[in-house]
Write a protein of this length. Structure first.
Length: 617
């Protein structure tokens, strides 16, 4: 029974799932039909009935049916080159070869090998319609996961066929097909591979746990090998890709583990939904403790010290003025009053002795007493506040002000470097291609630190920021820099950039993608991936401890915890008081030397005057 084409009943094939065959349907009527997105590919006039305004496939689930008519004796290589060009230009992004449905029609049954062409094997849902039968290709139906042609069973071509019957999903069972996995070798916080004989195998990691679930669920096996250059993906100066992306483009790998498909990479490869979410923090050590002699001045603000000095000067002047006013009232000489008023003899000393809580003499006059007692009360308040602050400043050191954001880091006197696992990654590419002047400055002044431990230790001991992925920092701290409740004194910044979503990279619109996505998204949202991650970290930590015990390695990178209880003050905490003592001694010595010098000059002058008098006589 002859017919021209299959047609769709219903407005959405994905919802109705029904396809029927009709006899002698005019193609013009088929193209003009409503209720289905239909693209007719003809290389003389590549796209007919194509109206993008009516084919909005975002936020909806309509199906796209692509129909291609094959001329007798067509060259398959040339055909698929034109076919791919049409899909990637005229129909992109409306067509998805891993989700949409493709129909190839021909008059010769010998053209069935078209379904086994390498380009055709990249299309998930496809059928070949001939005058006598309908065929499709099973990707992995033969032993070992090899492709095989499959006839779609039906009694007559007029039978109604369901979606599952006409377009079965052969990727649900790999039948032991081997997937070639290109693996990163730098991202040890995600996974690790090791060489066993001449082959490579996965050793550990949460991403290996995820892949293991996928292999088991869809009946695949795998071989793995280090990604080109060890991992990380970018472009050389000549525009050539390297790393895991290069393996996918060159066809060396079917999938690439732990590769972020950012905007630039998405132009050439595709990827699954993210398995985890990571970003770039900068890591700092604890603020450096400093002890300064200036601590004796810090309890009071500089404005308070200035106010104290001004008040003392004003009070001394006031007492002097009051003294002279009282003398004029009583018609007494200054010398007579000072004999009877010891307070006036030691006025300056009394003013400062009050602040040191030393015994002082009170003035005898009522107005002077009121003013001096008021100053004693003010001094009491100031001294109490000073003492309460001084204890903390002498006991606890002052801490350096550290940058909290990338903008503060760029303006600070800190230096910074990119940690080894981040070099060549999507985080590295973020700084490399960012148009923001802030991140351009950070990149231009950035060091590349290929030793992870050295990067962390520099952050601890110097004014240095180690830029790394947050999960890499957590992995290294938990595995290498923690022991018996002690942890390396580092912290991650609250500010982060270079948001990355590592996933399983593959060819664009790969046939595995949709099934892998369902499992990955469900596993991630249930929190299983996060659980795998910390279980892996704990296991690695135990292995690291056993290795150190076996090899009797003493790790001095983790500081010993402070002893509990009160600690005695050290000399460096008392530099301020001793500094005051030294300064006072120097000033006293200067006055003493001045007196000695003056006395010597006086004696010399007296001696010379005496000689002169004798000579005159």
């Amino acid at each position: 029974m002859a017919f021209e084409l299959l047609v769709i009943q219903g407005s959405s094939f994905a919802n109705d799932g029904v396809i029927a065959t009709e006899e002698y349907i005019p193609i013009a009527d088929l193209i003009d039909g409503a209720g289905v997105e239909l693209f007719l590919i003809d290389f003389e006039n590549p796209v007919k009935n194509f109206d993008p305004t009516k084919s909005v496939r975002r936020r909806s689930l309509p199906c796209l049916l692509a129909v291609s008519f094959l001329s007798p004796g067509v060259d398959y290589d040339n055909f698929f080159e034109n076919f791919t060009t049409s899909l990637m230009t005229s129909l992109d992004p409306f067509s998805k070869k891993d989700e949409d449905f493709f129909i190839f029609t021909c008059a010769d049954t010998s053209d069935e090998t078209l379904l086994l062409h390498p380009k055709a094997m990249e299309i998930k849902y496809k059928i070949l319609v001939t005058p006598r039968e309908v065929k499709t290709a099973c990707f992995y139906c033969k032993d070992g996961g090899l492709p095989q042609l499959v006839s779609i069973e039906h009694e007559t071509l007029a039978d109604t066929l369901g979606q599952d019957k006409l377009f079965p999903d052969f990727t649900l069972n790999g039948n032991g097909h081997t997937l070639r996995a290109s693996s990163q070798t730098k991202l040890l916080f995600l996974m690790e591979i090791k060489q066993v004989g001449r082959s490579w195998r996965f050793k550990r990691g949460s991403y290996w746990s995820m892949l293991e679930v996928l292999l088991d669920k869809f009946n695949f096996t795998y071989v793995t090998f280090p990604a080109h250059g060890g991992g990380g993906s970018g472009t050389l100066k000549n525009g050539v890709w390297y790393g895991a992306v290069r393996d996918i483009i060159d066809g060396r790998a079917d999938i690439s583990m732990a590769t972020t498909t950012d905007y630039s990479r998405f132009q050439v490869v595709g990827g699954s939904k993210p398995i985890s979410f990571i970003w770039v923090n900068f890591i700092l050590g604890e603020p450096q403790a400093t002890y300064s002699w200036k601590a004796i001045l810090w309890p009071l603000d500089s404005s308070v010290w200035v106010a104290i000095g001004i008040v003392n000067i004003l009070l001394i002047i006031a007492f002097k003025v009051l003294e002279r006013v009282e003398l004029k009232i009583r018609n007494e000489e200054v010398s007579d009053v000072t004999k009877h008023e010891p307070f006036n003899q030691r006025l300056e000393q009394s003013m400062f002795a009050v602040m040191l809580e030393q015994e002082v003499l009170l003035p005898s006059k009522p107005i002077s007493q009121i003013m001096f007692l008021s100053w004693m009360f003010v001094s009491l308040v100031l001294v109490t506040g000073y003492r309460s602050k001084l204890v903390g400043l002498m006991t606890f050191p002052t801490l350096d002000t550290q940058p909290q954001t990338y903008s503060e880091l760029a303006e600070s006197d800190y230096s910074w470097g990119l940690e080894s696992s981040t070099i060549g990654s999507s985080g590295h590419n973020f700084f490399l291609i960012s148009p923001d002047p802030l991140y351009q400055r950070i990149y231009h002044l950035m060091e590349f630190e290929y030793d992870t431990k050295r990067c962390f230790m520099r952050a601890v001991h110097n004014k240095y920021a180690c830029l790394a992925f947050n999960e890499q920092a957590e992995y290294m701290i938990y595995r290498n820099f923690s022991s018996k409740g002690r942890t390396l004194p580092v912290k991650l910044s609250k500010d982060y950039v270079g948001y990355s979503m590592p996933a399983i990279a593959m060819r664009k619109r790969s046939i595995y993608r949709t099934n892998f996505d369902r499992v990955i998204e469900t596993t991630r949202e249930m929190g299983v991936v996060e659980k795998w991650r910390w279980m892996d970290y704990a296991q690695e930590r135990r292995k690291h401890f056993r290795w150190k015990r076996k090899n009797k390695i003493q790790d001095d990178s983790i500081p010993e915890s402070d002893d509990e209880g009160a600690q005695p003050l050290e000399l460096k905490q008392l530099t301020g008081p001793f500094g005051v003592l030294f300064s006072g001694s120097m000033i006293g010595t200067a006055f003493f030397m001045t007196e000695v010098f003056r006395n010597r000059i006086s004696k010399t002058l007296c001696h010379r005057v005496s000689k002169a008098v004798v000579l005159l006589k």
